[in-house]
Design a binder for this molecule. Sequence first.
Ligand SMILES: CC(C)(COP(=O)(O)OP(=O)(O)OC[C@H]1O[C@@H](n2cnc3c(N)ncnc32)[C@H](O)[C@@H]1OP(=O)(O)O)[C@@H](O)C(=O)NCCC(=O)NCCS
Length: 190
Amino acid sequence: MNKPAWSHLRPAPRVSGLTSHGQSLALPSSGELDALYMMGFDEWGDGMAKDDYLALCRSSEKYRKGTWYAFGDAGGEPVASVIAYQLALASPTTIIGLGSIATKDSTRRQGIACRCLEALMGAYQSHHGVDAFLLFADRETTLYDRLGFRPLPAELQRVPETTAMVCYANRDSAESVLVEGLMSGHIRYF
Ligand SMILES: CC(C)(COP(=O)(O)OP(=O)(O)OC[C@H]1O[C@@H](n2cnc3c(N)ncnc32)[C@H](O)[C@@H]1OP(=O)(O)O)[C@@H](O)C(=O)NCCC(=O)NCCS
């Protein structure tokens, strides 16, 4: 029997707070989620009408399996969003998956996605002893390179036009778990 599509994902532990520029990393209420979903509409809307796209996001099992974050500017307005997963592993290694990273259309190319990811990764590292962060880049990778992510070896790249990237905090404990998870197909694209 096939595994359920998202059985490797769990919601990541929750972190939040003010970052150093007065910007905030918050856990959105359910009423705020639509605004976060819409930040990625141009990339993931796939020609859909907005209402259909929102309906798809609201019912998405993958989205329900993660912990959503709203990154707010100094005035508290959400300007970026990201979802964090904890990968379900048999070992005590903690690997956090990051996905659906999007910045509001009107505020792109101002370093917001970079600061949002930096704040989130910093918070996980200081509060939850993370061993590695994993993401799948559907676009060019400069943003993630800057944050310390590196492409995984070619034999672990399974999804065309996507680059699986890792940022290790504790390579000794995470690398073999990650490689085995990807090779066996337990850890898959999210
Ligand atoms: C990708 C995205 C999240 C970047 O957000 P952002 O806040 O504009 O990113 P930043 O300003 O922090 O950019 C950091 C670096 O990423 C790269 N980058 C950002 N947007 C880029 C773009 N459209 N094309 C090429 N490189 C880009 C650049 O190297 C940039 O640095 P620079 O501005 O000094 O050249 C945003 O364009 C977006 O929401 N896109 C739609 C959703 C999406 O594609 N998400 C990523 C899925 S993997």
